[in-house]
Design a protein around this ligand. Sequence first.
Ligand code: GTP
Length: 308
Amino acid sequence: MSWTDLARNGRILVVDDAMENIQILHHALREEHEVLFALDGEQALQIALEQQPDLILLDAVMPGMDGYAVVAALRASPRLQDIPVIFVTALSQPEDETRALDGGAVDFISKPFNVAVVRARVRSQLTIKRQADLMRELSMTDGLTGVANRRNFNDTVDAEWRRCARAGLPLSVIMIDIDHFKLYNDHYGHQAGDACLQQISAAMKRCAARPQDLLARYGGEEFILLLPQEGAEGTEVVANRMLEEVRKLAIPHATSPSAPQVTLSMGLATLLPPSDSTDPSPAIRLADANLYRAKQTGRNRYCISLDN
Ligand SMILES: Nc1nc2c(ncn2[C@@H]2O[C@H](COP(=O)(O)OP(=O)(O)OP(=O)(O)O)[C@@H](O)[C@H]2O)c(=O)[nH]1
């Protein structure tokens, strides 16, 4: 995306109790952006949740929930807290501006406003927002394979574990390791090893495509798949699918003692998090122990629990 593209085609939510102001801003922005509107604070929050705008232009003084209360509610919501807000208001004292910026707005425009200035400020805040989104995405993604990185996994598993604990639902994880990958690198070279990691991770990703599923690179050639709300049976289905998908890739591995092609070993764990539990490490430890057993008992397989 080029610098100019970053500043265009945003989804902008305009919040104002006067339809006339909404119309002026809509007219000013509609050529470059998609413009949504709300006539009060409650409606603004609802639309923000449903439509996830890139930027909100917010009137400070509105009946009922005013602009300051809307910003406070946005900042308190995990799903809305990163949406930047520009105050557009008839209030023009420095205290008003300070209050808005201290409360979490990123910019402040006084009415009557100049349309060209509004356009320029929107462009600049949109660019900053998109750069921040890009940074966030990069900081959560593994550079080689494009799947989630370990930090992303750690954050997500904590949240999902707590969610499953509250809801009384199981949570499953699959720890995955590529068999004899050192020998693969030694024989085919590091670049081929990288390409192999990319192919395998893409194949595994296809095996668990529900929105809450998360495949992450856990270490060099070790991956972990998080399956929130999934029981043992479904987890085995996914594990079998992964073995099959990797078998179909048929990546030759001439020096592997266990198979003529690249294979996986996996450890599965399904736990029902205790209702007061916040620490998912028991699931990861169990999956790791089962992975160890899969390695010990011949590789190219999965193990599900320490008792069988
Ligand atoms: N090409 C490539 N290799 C990597 C990467 N990260 C880790 N590795 C290699 O993965 C190999 C892992 O080797 P080991 O931990 O000994 O395990 P293994 O050879 O797979 O043997 P088993 O796990 O027992 O089947 C090492 O040779 C690492 O150099 C990477 O990003 N690219």
